[in-house]
Design a binder for this molecule. Sequence first.
Ligand code: ADP
Length: 590
Amino acid sequence: MIMLPLPTDLPEPELSRNTAVVLQKRYQRKNPDGSLEETPRDLFWRVAAAIAAQEAAYQSPYSPEALAREFYELMTSWKFLPNSPTLMNAGTDLGQLSACFVLPVGDSIEEIFDAVKYAAMIHKSGGGTGFSFSRLRPRDSRVGSTGGVASGPVSFLRIFNTATEQIKQGGTRRGANMGILRVDHPDILQFIRAKEKEGEFNNFNLSVGLTEAFMQAVEKDAPYDLRDPHTGEVAHRLRAREVFDLLVKKAWQSGDPGIVFLDRINRDNPTPDQGEIESTNPCGEQPLLPFEACNLGSVNLARFFTPGHENEADPARNGVDWTELARVVHLAVRFLDNVIDASRFPLEIITETVRKNRKIGLGVMGFADLLFQLNVPYDSPEGLALGERLMAFIQEEGHKASAQLAQERGPFPAYGSSVYAARKAGPYRNATVTTIAPTGTLSIIAGCSSGVEPLFALCFTRNILDGERLLEVNPYFEAALAQAGMCSPEIMEAVAAKGSVKDLDFLPEDLRRVFVTAMDMAPVWHLRMQAAFQRHTDNAVSKTVNLPHEATEKDIFDIYWLAYKEGCKGVTVYRDGCKSVQVLATGEGQ
Ligand code: ADP
């Protein structure tokens, strides 16, 4: 590997305390004795240089050195960050740079344990894995070779969960999985109930794969067929409504399982000739083919606020630096495409699949923070319109950038048999360009709100890393309070106690309207925003629909139904307080 030397004039990144702590604990390389081998500047240069070095393989408008500087500036201005494995492993011997993988689970002991082993290898390198268990024969069916009975998907799920538990990812990530079972699998009821006991399958997100036929049966209150995947025979029938109601009930009780609309995901599969998509990555935003991986990156929208730029002809464009956003999107697409070449995967078949389709997932973070700066409430038609407009722009520019790379470097190898070629679109360098990730850690590093989520609280204690707790105040909220002349310790305390300003009627009305938090708004706004972003995203959108503790099963039913009608690819709901441990918590009850 050619490493570009660190330029002596490279500026030091400016770090907040949170950023410094997270980088130091999880991202900066350590010596064998645990001491720090690199500074934050070394870290970002390592990444920038390793990714820019890939440029040498192509006819490029950039020299690797010039591009490395651009990438360094892109990351350390907190305008764009690649997913965690890229930050951790680029330019190192490990070199595994993708966050998302999907592995097949075949219906034999050999194939099941192969999948366990592959997952372990991927977890070790910082990636998350998704699996469909739908091909496994149901519990109690016969096993030909031994004459015994099969134990079924849920019991095998336990093996995957335990294996994950044992692999701490080099002291950085713990391992995360998605487990999907089709709604027409005979063991579906057992699967829906799998996480009834708190703590069960703690290393898994579970989602039920809903089919179009099932949704239509729910609509008509009709029965539907459950098929043994091994024999293809109808094993029995269930009333679709009853299954749907059970799904809703379990989601109400614990948030698990979620749902994904499998047929819809496959309708958007850009390379259907390579097979069906049966699972997503752990947080649901990245549907992938078996043995496919994808690397993600996120643009921090909070950094694109610009107070000038009044545009009277098109007032909806005010406040956002669209020119700079386009520049960053183009550079980010080049970055993520280079990541594919720089990545070393633990299995040859993954390398082959990834290189055939070259999927990347560019998304956003800091959306709520941008809305704060623009004085636009999240739960408003203007908020929705802005989300939609931003993502449409990123999607369009992202595809332009991918088309440009196709001119320089050639289209993704499977382009000829893809849906794009059939539609005479492209050619593109990447089978997919956009994905909205949760940005759990990235948003801490960039110091912004996560993904497209509203703020959970304006002021809260964050449980991070080994039980350490930090009190955090949203900087835009603090500035707005100061501007209103109301930034006193008493007021901060009042806000901290609730996390929200909705009921603090001594604060100015417009401030209370703009600084709206996840739990202040009617749940339907969460879903509408997810749908607005989904309309302009190739892959899927990671989003949690937060509901208040008092929400009913009917509320969840309505959210699920709306997600179906609005074209979402899946939904995750979370009713406040339904689990004893929450990652983020407002002041109340602390
Ligand atoms: P980050 O902010 O650290 O880059 P995200 O929260 O955006 O990560 O998650 C993106 C994807 O990364 C997830 O959907 C999942 O595929 C993977 N991922 C996240 N956390 C973990 C983890 N602890 N272990 C393995 N993979 C993970």
